[in-house]
Design a binder for this molecule. Structure first.
Ligand code: LLP
Length: 421
């Protein structure tokens, strides 16, 4: 459920007409709903009620300071994967003991920044990385809390580019080597092993792969405890999928996911961490765009819109489906027609949808890409020298620009000319 609904013939973001925001900030832009962000965070929080837990929002999904602050004030922790994300979390007021640091290639500098600023734990992905964290901890005279990310060799049954839990993926250490790697970690004086980490992929629409992975985590917990490791925290990653195509998708609910966690791991008495990103932010955001031209092609009509693949890359990169709706509600019974919906970028890949049934649209009409809150703005680029588009946050009947649109000079003047030119 989200808070982008038609009211009196117009699409609203909570209590603000989307067209009003478009008039104020121009198109294209991203708009997020505070109520939806908070609702989704709370669904996870409530799903784990009765178990000691922390929901660490995977901010790679959407990392605007205003979004982070909204979630942090509601009690969220953060999952970060770079120095930039760590500093964003701190800047949004998240205390270090609510930040977990994931990622396959943490540099020495990143480890130093996080250890100095405070960190809940590093999710370690390899032995060389473990050695670096140990060395930095000793240099700073602190102990680094760590989990080790195990790769359970489970097929997440999602798009190949976002599956991470198979042995051929670059993530984690093979579960078959866990005993050995944990023993090594325990021998390093700068580290304190606190638990196990596992993340098998993103946009999972079936609970079964989670079940398989978590059963392996449960088994490993017992094995490692028997070896003398104090496994008291389990980080279960993110990955629960969202309905991108509302007419025919109904992925499992957070409450069902929470129940699965309790069923597979509850008996161990561990503190549970989860790292959802997409489910919190995805349906909390739209990308709003304007039709520039309607072009009649051979056997098809193109809607050429002012948003493009550089603004929302998911369709081009993952063949992802986004529901697209007209901002003016179509009159009841209006006959829909197929359009290819494309951006202005000079690549055929700049296609959002093919033969998408839409009400008749004309130049100047606004459309909204649904489910664009996660992996939308954060993956945008300035390809074709198109400045990054603004982000807007709605809260009830208020809205605020939370990242403004840069002007062209700003974009161009970031370049510098060498003196020989
Ligand atoms: N934890 C770790 C270690 C991750 O690698 C990820 C996502 C998450 C948590 C959050 O997963 P989520 O709950 O959002 O599924 N750009 C792609 C998605 C990449 C996901 C990468 N890792 C997309 O647009 O579909």
């Amino acid at each position: 459920m989200d808070h982008f609904l038609y009211r009196d013939g117009a699409l609203y973001a909570e209590d603000v007409p989307v067209a009003e925001i478009a008039a104020a900030v121009g198109t294209p832009f991203y708009v997020y709903s505070t109520a939806t962000l908070l609702r989704h965070f709370r669904l996870f929080d409530e799903a784990l009620e009765g178990t000691e837990h922390l929901v660490c929002y995977a901010m790679k999904a959407a990392s605007n300071q205003a979004i982070l602050k909204t979630l942090a004030q509601a009690g969220a922790g953060m999952d970060v994967v770079s120095q930039g994300e760590y500093l964003r979390a701190k800047a949004a007021g998240v205390p270090g003991d609510r930040i977990v640091f994931s990622g396959v290639g943490k540099t020495m500098e990143e480890v130093r920044v996080a250890l100095s600023g405070g960190i809940r734990q590093f999710n370690v992905e390899s032995e060389p990385e473990m050695a670096v964290i140990n060395a930095v901890a000793l240099e700073l005279g602190v102990i680094a809390p760590i989990t080790i990310r195990i790769n359970p060799d489970v097929d997440a049954k999602t798009h190949a580019k976002i599956a991470t839990g198979k042995s051929e993926n670059k993530f984690g250490i093979p579960i078959s080597r866990a005993k050995e790697v944990y023993a090594h970690a325990a021998s390093l004086p700068g580290l304190e092993v606190v638990g196990i980490d596992c993340h098998i992929g993103s946009q999972l629409t079936d609970l079964e792969p989670f079940r398989l992975a978590y059963e392996k985590v449960a088994e490993l917990t017992e094995v490692l405890r028997a070896e003398g490791h104090d496994i008291r925290r389990l980080d279960l990653g993110g990955g629960l999928g969202i309905p991108y195509e509302r007419s025919n998708e109904a992925p499992p609910l957070p409450v069902e996911y929470g129940q699965l966690i309790k069923d597979t791991l509850g008996h161990l008495g561990c503190e549970i961490e989860i790292e959802p990103g997409r489910l919190i932010a995805g349906n909390a955001g739209l990308m709003v765009s304007k039709v520039i031209y309607v072009k009649s092609g051979e056997g098809r009509d193109f809607l050429i819109v002012d948003g493009a693949m550089n603004d929302l890359i998911r369709p081009a990169m993952y063949e992802a489906h986004h529901d697209i709706v007209a901002v003016d509600e179509p009159a009841p019974g209006v006959e829909q027609q197929p359009y290819d919906i494309v951006g202005p970028v000079c690549e055929t890949g700049d296609t959002f949808a093919k033969e998408r049934m839409m009400p008749p649209l004309a130049a100047g009409d606004l459309i909204a890409f649904r489910s664009a809150g996660a992996y939308g703005a954060v993956m945008a680029s300035e390809y074709n020298s198109r400045p990054l588009i603004p982000e807007v946050l709605v809260h009830g009947d208020q809205f605020a620009v939370i990242r403004r649109r840069p002007d062209y000079d700003e974009m161009i003047n970031r370049d510098t000319i060498p003196e020989w030119l």
